[in-house]
Design a protein around this ligand. Structure first.
Ligand code: KIV
Length: 282
């Protein structure tokens, strides 16, 4: 089994131009598969609200939802770097509340670090959590929790003035003490610039080549059917596999093809003994 990576490994990997592969996971089986596959790290994203809880956005996701899913993921991937994603309104109000909620991810769910969305406007939160001894990953570009303000799930930094704001945000996140930064849905030219400008690892989801790549497991495995962003490469169609398996099962039950003799527990005493037993109740 590969040794669990640390923050030092991720810093070295950036220096050595070694790519980090990571996905989201929300439950024990997915986390086990990710660890068995050799994933470098796992994000328990608040996207769990859309992928597994059926909400139309990440906004309703609570701290308790996140903690419970993080605990399941940690049980499934005890030797993988796992990031707990801070849900909407768990860090927006104050530095104190942000520190307290970040601490819950570490104390209750054994997370290695937390991620939160935003640049300059959350710099004091990043600093406060870091000063409390925890590791923070920043997240800028398309930030789903503020997708309302962005006018939807839209790519960011495509013009010079919004790219300038994102560069300032990236610098502020590093300056506040984040150990890494995630860029979501920004053009590769901007990603390259930010990756080279920052000393910390910079990862991408839909932002082109960088220090590593993240995909949402529901997208890359074809589990999430509501929509598929342009940046997704789909590696399997699990929804189709599952639906076909379920249809076959229904058909087998209805036509008597299941269960067969292979799927039952056979009696240990003779059939005559059993017939005598049944006779006692007639
Ligand atoms: O919740 C999540 O999975 C995320 C990704 C969209 C980056 O934050």
């Amino acid at each position: 089994m590969a040794k669990k990576k640390s923050v030092l490994d991720f810093a070295r990997m950036k220096k050595d131009h070694e790519q980090v592969a990571w996905i989201t996971a929300y439950d024990f089986p997915m986390a086990s598969f990710a660890e068995q596959a050799g994933m470098d790290m796992i994000l328990v994203g608040d996207s769990l609200g859309m992928v597994v809880l059926g909400y139309s956005s990440t906004i309703p996701v609570t701290m308790d939802d996140c903690i419970s899913h993080c605990q399941a993921v940690r049980r499934g991937a005890p030797n993988t770097w796992v990031i707990g994603d801070m849900p909407f309104m768990s860090y927006q109000k104050s530095d104190e509340e942000a520190v307290e909620n970040a601490g819950r991810f570490l104390k209750e769910a054994d997370m290695d670090c937390v991620k939160l969305e935003g640049g300059r406007r959350v710099a004091s939160r990043i600093r406060a959590i870091t000063n409390a001894g925890m590791l923070v990953m920043g997240h800028i570009g398309l930030t789903p929790q503020s997708s309302g303000q962005l006018g939807g799930f839209k790519a960011q930094g495509r013009d010079v003035s919004s790219a300038r704001e994102l560069i300032k945000d990236a610098l502020a996140v590093q300056e506040a003490g984040a150990y890494s930064l995630l860029l979501e849905a920004v053009p590769p030219e901007l990603t390259k610039f930010i990756q080279n400008k920052l000393d910390i690892p910079v990862y991408s989801i839909g932002a082109g080549p960088c220090d590593g790549q993240l995909l949402i497991c529901g997208d890359m495995l074809g589990l999430f059917q509501a929509f598929t962003p342009k940046f997704v490469k789909q590696y399997a169609n699990v929804a189709e596999i599952e639906t076909n398996a379920l249809k076959e099962y229904i058909n087998d039950v209805r036509t008597g093809k299941f269960p067969t003799d292979d799927h039952v527990y056979h009696i240990k005493d003779s059939i005559e003994d059993f017939q005598r037993l049944f006779g006692e109740f007639e």
